[in-house]
Design a protein around this ligand. Structure first.
Ligand code: EPU
Length: 335
């Protein structure tokens, strides 16, 4: 187990923020977990793809880069296959692997940055699908109890960009692998308007999971900045839930306000729309900006400090609050 000190985390976060890890190691073998648990009693931080974190200061304690790899088929029946996937695998590569084998269920989640271990953590979702629909169970190492625990789907308490790993188990466990149940017989989800429009644009007449992934990749590439070219962490805020009563009032004032249904009494309003209505789409603040193609994304124009991105997010929050009376919630984990 090789531990380094004072390592720049810039290559390990998609915002491209230059903060230092006090101690840093790459975890390549689950056997190292027990070793860390007995030898390190201070703070432990885990980084996967680093695509959902904002580093606002140097990181004390040990930062563990998850490099666990492996995809294994553990079960199969007439309709499904079950894959046990190590948490350090790159999410998009898993999506492509499933598509190559014609296993359906996660194709709408193509091109989401990050690792497999981060997928259950924030219940990644896009274009009408959330990963919870494909997760059978999640296994993690419990730091204090020094043992593995396995949570079934219900025990993960998945919600919109949410799970038990962001609450009761936050900082307490290291997700080691996730078992996915994929479908041998595809049912296509093209409910999200942008997908059907894109498929039409691409001239697709016969649906396939590959065609859906291609459509998703095309849409994402046109709206979301590539972190390799411009630092960002995808959606910075969650889409807020508002009561139907409040929504109806807003609609009188803003007839074009979009919404997604949640239940009988609440709807979700796209935060990107709210931010754009505030005139902040493309807004520049020093080294940071609100992305000019999708206002839900904050970007690092080059040399930004995490604090500057945080300040921009505060400005966005306050402006939306003043104009609409809606409080946005950050989706990105702030360190
Ligand atoms: N909109 C605007 N202006 C903007 C951005 C969006 O008016 O600058 C409007 C769009 O016109 C559309 C609506 O808002 O009517 C929704 O926009 P979009 O389809 O781009 O999706 P989103 O709600 O902004 C969510 C997820 C994305 C996911 C897309 C597609 C959250 C926080 N974000 O964004 O997830 O890719 O839907 O399903 O739920 C991520 O989590 O990092 C992420 C990118």
């Amino acid at each position: 187990m090789q531990v380094q000190d004072n390592i720049s985390l810039r290559p390990y976060n998609t915002f491209g923020i230059d903060a230092q890890a006090e101690y840093f190691m790459q975890l390549t073998d689950t056997n190292q977990l027990a070793e860390i648990a007995t030898s390190w009693h201070g703070e432990k931080h885990v980084i996967g793809g680093g695509s959902n974190i904002l580093l606002t200061k140097d990181v004390e304690g040990i930062t563990i880069l998850n490099c666990l790899k492996g995809i294994e088929q553990v079960k199969e029946d007439e309709n499904h296959v079950w894959l046990k996937v190590a948490s350090g695998e790159v999410w998009h590569e898993l999506v492509m692997y499933a598509i190559d084998h014609e296993w359906a269920g996660i194709e709408n989640l193509a091109l989401i940055p990050g690792t497999v271990g981060a997928a259950p953590m924030q219940n990644i979702g896009a274009y009408g699908v959330e990963v919870k629909e494909a997760i059978e169970e999640v296994t993690c190492w419990h730091w204090e109890e020094q043992r593995y625990i396995t949570l079934n789907n219900a025990q993960c308490r998945f919600g919109y960009r949410d799970s038990i790993f962001k609450h009761e188990l936050k900082g307490k466990v290291f997700i080691t692998y996730v078992v996915f149940r994929l479908n041998k017989r595809a049912t296509f989800n093209t409910s999200y308007g942008a997908i059907s429009q894109q498929l039409e644009k691409m001239g697709v007449t016969e649906l396939s999971i590959k065609a859906i992934a291609d459509a998703v990749i095309a849409i994402r590439s046109s709206k979301l900045p590539d972190p390799k070219l411009m630092g960002n962490a995808g959606s910075f805020f969650k889409n807020p839930s508002v009561s139907k009563l409040q929504y109806d009032k807003l609609q009188l004032q803003y007839p074009g306000i979009p919404s997604y249904p949640i239940d009988d009494t609440h709807v979700k309003v796209p935060a990107g729309w709210l931010i754009e209505q505030c005139g902040l789409k493309g807004y520049l603040a020093g080294n940071t900006a609100v992305h000019d193609k999708q206002a839900l994304v904050l970007v690092n124009k080059g040399q930004a400090k995490g604090k500057e991105v945080w300040e921009l997010s505060e400005k966005v929050l306050q402006t939306v609050q003043q104009k609409f009376g809606i409080t946005l919630e950050r989706e990105v984990q702030v360190w």
